[in-house]
Design a protein around this ligand. Structure first.
Ligand SMILES: [Cu+2]
Length: 493
């Protein structure tokens, strides 16, 4: 049976009277005279076929037939628990068992007979609003089904383009946030230019009770969703859906086409591929081909088709260029391209050398109170060094080592309770004076990053090292300028 509340909610939402349809209720309406008249008259709907549906990142094969036909599409809604990240489970609601849902490929002028099936084990009623549909709610009311039911409606593909579909059952935002979106491509009559590979990618934002990466089963957070503060921003519904063994692949010399959608529910995507330029973009999934684009904006509930030829091998990185989403919320995918290098197109690093600036020392930026203290007394108290050192930490070091010295996993080692820092004062001083690169192990975890040399006076180094060696649970004697000077003397600069 259908619960009354979602029906009422949907009725309120769409302002229409609802009834539940059964398959037997459906009779295929004849395609009415329409703005497509020119197309349909010349191109009548003949024959019948069943659509090939694919899970991301795959795309069904191009349509080769030269006429419009009746296409049967059957999509099953499935609710299930699956990882959203390693060690983090989330209850996804899906069209066809994947996020995004199955890719649907039809042709301009086709008559689509669409059946939505709601698996009996599901908990919620669902429906579908396809942006490719001309008609009430994009099919939402006609397709509304309780668990264990199915509904069928039909529509004609009047407009070609790449369209988002999504669930529109109240609360709509929640159904979308749980993964209920996908793409339907209405191919132009004449087809799209031939390419070597096509892939299907959708961005979506996710809202969990726990913070990004917090282990266990995470519930949907309505509060964060309303505030539009996602914990995850993902391609294809999972951190790592398109990296490692799951990366999409191609070869040098091939042309790739990406069908990119944005399910939202809230964020727009600044879609970009690091190391490539889009030779062509069909912005917003429409007709207009624009050439030579770096980043294309994809609205929530919108799409884009991007194409590019691969000239050199690389791991091209798919990102949302609102870049914290990529490095802190999961919006990162890889297109792995193998083949012959071309040093003319891209040389790689050709040489490395020491750089002696010609113009002498730079005027460094004022560093808090330190700049005001002309003569740096060698006999500062520990209190003084702690205070000045803390300010310096907060103006320089915190950008990488973070406010509480906690560091950033896989990037910047912690200073708080760092065994590496506390084990060797001279080494800590050297690290700040000369910088540090190559593998080091801090508290049992390996880091392999680059810390730039800090252009500081002996007094300033004494202050900041005294401060970090006496903060966040660290404890040590004061570091003096004399001590720093001694270390500096061993470095030859
Ligand atoms: Cu739904």
């Amino acid at each position: 049976m259908v619960n009354a509340w979602p029906l009422l909610a949907l009725a309120a939402l769409t302002g229409i009277t609802l009834f539940v349809r059964r398959n037997s209720d459906i009779t295929t309406p004849p395609p009415a005279a329409s703005k497509l008249a020119a197309t349909t008259a010349a191109d009548p709907v003949t024959g019948e076929e069943t659509a090939v549906l694919t899970a991301p990142p795959m795309v069904p094969p191009p349509i080769t037939r030269k006429h419009a036909t009746k296409v049967k599409v059957a999509l099953e809604v499935k609710e299930f628990l699956a990882p959203i990240a390693d060690g983090v489970d989330y209850t996804f609601w899906t069209f066809g068992g994947s996020v995004p849902g199955s890719f649907i490929r039809v042709r301009e002028g086709d008559l689509v007979e669409f059946t939505l099936k709601n698996h009996p084990d599901n908990r919620m009623p669902h429906n579908i609003d396809l942006h490719a549909v001309t008609g009430q709610g994009g099919g939402a009311a006609a397709s509304f089904v309780a668990p264990g039911h199915s509904a069928t409606f039909s529509f004609q593909c009047l407009n070609r383009g790449l369209y988002v579909y999504h669930c529109a059952t109240a609360p709509v935002g929640m159904h979308i946030a749980n993964g209920m979106y996908g793409l339907i491509l209405v191919e132009p009559k004449e087809g799209l230019p031939k390419v070597d590979r096509e892939f299907y990618i959708c961005q979506g934002d996710f809202y969990t009770e726990g913070a990004y990466g917090q282990a266990g089963h995470q519930q949907f957070s309505m509060e964060k969703a309303i505030k539009e503060e996602p914990d995850y921003v993902l391609f294809n519904g999972r951190v790592g859906a398109l990296t490692g063994d799951q990366a999409i692949t191609a070869k040098v010399g091939e042309t790739v086409r990406l069908y990119v959608g944005n399910g939202g529910p809230n964020l727009v995507s600044s879609f970009h591929v690091i190391g490539e330029i889009f030779d062509a973009v069909m912005a917003e999934g429409g007709d207009q081909r624009t050439n030579n684009v770096q980043t294309t904006l994809i609205p929530a509930g919108g799409s884009a088709i991007v194409e590019f030829k691969l000239d050199v091998p690389a791991n091209y990185i798919l990102v949302d260029h609102a870049i914290f989403r990529t490095f802190n919320k999961g919006a990162l995918g890889i297109l792995k391209v193998e083949g012959k290098e071309d040093a003319l197109v891209y040389s790689g690093r050709q040489q490395e050398g020491i750089y002696h600036p010609e113009g002498g020392a730079l005027q460094t930026l004022p560093r808090g109170d330190n700049a005001k203290i002309a003569a740096a007394p060698a006999d500062r108290s520990k209190e003084e060094r702690l205070q000045l050192g803390k300010r310096m930490f907060e103006s320089i070091c915190f950008a990488c080592h973070q406010k509480e010295g906690q560091g950033v996993p896989n990037a910047f080692p912690p200073l708080a309770k760092s065994d590496y820092l506390m084990a060797d004062r001279a080494r800590a001083i050297r690290t700040v004076l000369s910088g540090q690169q190559g593998k080091i192990t801090v508290n049992g975890v390996e880091y392999n990053g680059v810390m730039p040399a800090q252009n500081l006076t002996d007094d300033e180094v004494a202050n900041v090292i005294t401060s970090v060696m006496n903060s966040w649970g660290n404890q040590a004697d004061m570091v003096t300028s004399t001590e720093v000077a001694k270390v500096r003397a061993t470095l030859g600069h």
